[in-house]
Every structure is written in structure tokens, then in C-alpha cells.
Design a binder for this molecule. Sequence first.
Ligand code: ADP
Ligand code: TRP
Length: 331
Amino acid sequence: MDRVLSGIRPTGYLHLGNYFGALKNFVRMQEENNCYFFIADYHSLTTHPKPGDLGTNIKNVLVDYLAAGLDPEKCTIYIQSDVPEVCELTLLLAMNVYVGELQRVPSFKEKVRRQPNNVNAGLLTYPILMASDILIHRADKVPVGKDQEQHLELTRDFAQRFNHFYGVDYFKLPVAYNFGDHLVKIPGLDGSTKMSKSDNEASCIFLSDSPELIRKKVMKAVSDSGPTEPGQPKSQAVENLFQLMEAVSSPDTLAFFEEAYQKCEIRYGDMKKQLAEDITSFVAPIHERIMTLRNDDDYLRKVAKLGAEKARESASKTVNDVREIIGIRKL
Ligand code: ADP
Ligand code: TRP
């Protein structure tokens, strides 16, 4: 049985990108694997959330996870900070990670460029914490979107380095995972190639959006003035609409609009109306469950407690093994 793990930072509600990149496959995988899914609240501290917002976002993400189909009976759902063992493993791994290689990580360089006033050490060491999340449960597979590929590569580097340094074969080398042969990237409604709440909230459809809001957002999505000759390549914004349609609509619907585009007969208004309808049908059952779960604090507390117990059991075993390997032994 494979061990599967993934996590999402609690920075707001979950959107379609999170669903297709990280959650959808996970929901399928929980049936046959030993699965861990967590809320990466330590990771979210790099952006200095207000304390009140952090608590609300943790709850919202837990609700979205459950509504999207994660089942606490089938997998371990937990909040990262309920498992402090991950901090110890981060410290221990950090001794064999070099500052230069962390400074060269593309996502770190991007943050330095974007937020020059908040280049905190947590940003630099982010990949070590993420490696600990994964290695602490000795995961084989990590369902994530394409943007996380590099972090997974670093996790493998750190794991391999540890094994080599101590002459053991302890950590497995986890792989980024998605069904099909490529990692998914769901585009934004704003013409950008990635739906992302940290880049632009307006690019996102959240799982908790009402049908009215979905319609409004989709109708406002960026497009262009339409093709003028057959076979004309699509602009990024229009390509995005097609990609979103591919994710939520039937193949027939997609083929219909593709043909209309190729014949220069496409009306983006009609396409958006259809897309809005298909996104709404897709999100509706999840939306409904979100509304119910939001009011059930007792149940949410129970889920978090059970998850923390299961996750700590697995995490503390790894930390004890690692202590032993590196020579921290009882007198
Ligand atoms: P955001 O970019 O909105 O802040 P996160 O960085 O919190 O989202 O992403 C959490 C998870 O969702 C990660 O596994 C990431 O790869 C996945 N993910 C986020 N956006 C997308 C997207 N547009 N397409 C596919 N996967 C995505
Ligand atoms: N870095 C991931 C993100 O920004 C979140 C994350 C933290 C994660 N630890 C993880 C994802 C471990 C998968 C596995 O989306």
C-alpha cells in the first residue's frame, strides 16, 4: 500500500486550481492507500497573517477538504501545527541543507522579487519544512500541482543526502503525483496561466462560491475580440476558457466550442454562459456540503483531534528513528 501525502496552506477558501491540482486525485487515492492530508498552517506564516484570520482560514480549509470528499475514516486529516514533531525533523534535516541551494530555489527568488520587504528566514527554509512534512510520514506519492514540482525534487535531494550521509536506506524518495502523465495547472479567469489566490483573488472560482457569484465571475472573465481566420492560434485568455471547460464540461461541449472557434463562429458570451453553468453544476454538491459543515464545530473539532492523534503516531515514530540514526540516543 502506497503512502500518499499532500497539504495546502490555509490562506483563504480553496479554489478550482487547488481542487484539480491537489485534492481530486487525493479523494480517489484515499480508497486504496494510506493517505495523509494536512493544513499547512506553519507554512502560511511566511506571509504574516493576522492571528484572527489564521484561525478562520484553518477552519475554512478543513471544511473545504471534507466537503470535497476527504473522509476522516479513510485518511488522516490534520493540522500541521498539531504535529510539532515536524519542527524537530526540520531542524535535523536543516543541518545537511546548504544556504546557497535554498537561495537558488526559484520560488524563493520569486518571493524576494515580489516582497522585498519581507524576506524572512521562514521563506528561505520553506523547502526544508515541506520536505519534513513529506518525509515524516515516509510518503511515496505527493499529489500537487505543477508549481510544486521543484519542491518535490528538493525533498528527494534532502532525503537522498540524509541516507547517503548516514549510510542508511531510511527515507523513501517521494514523487509528485497526478493521474495522467502530467501535473495539472488550472488557469485563471484573469488571463493568467495559473488560478491563484496569492497572485490575484479575482482569477479564482472558490468551491464555496454561490451559483450567482460563479456566473458573475465567469461572465467577466478576460477573452479577446475573436478569431478572424480559420486555424488562428488562441490568445492565452481564450486558451484559458477552453482549459477550464476541459476540466468541468463534457467532451461534446468542448468539441462544440472548439469547432465554433476553428470556424470563426464562436460567441464568447455563449461559451461563458455554458462554462458558468458547468462550473456551477460541478461545484454545487461541494458548495452544499460546505454550507452544512460550516455550522458543525463539534464535528470539525472531532475530525482535527482524530487526525492529530493518527498523524502524531506516525510522525513520532520517524523522529525517533532519525534521532537514533544520527546518534541522539538515550543515556
Ligand atoms: P495559491 O496559488 O492559490 O496560493 P496554493 O499555493 O495554496 O494556492 O496551492 C495549494 C495546492 O494547490 C498546491 O498543491 C498547488 O500545486 C495546487 N494548486 C494551486 N493552484 C493551482 C492551479 N491553478 N492548478 C493546479 N494546481 C494548483
Ligand atoms: N508548499 C505547498 C503550497 O504552497 C504546501 C505544502 C506544504 C505541501 N507542505 C507540503 C504540499 C507537503 C504537499 C506536501 O501549496
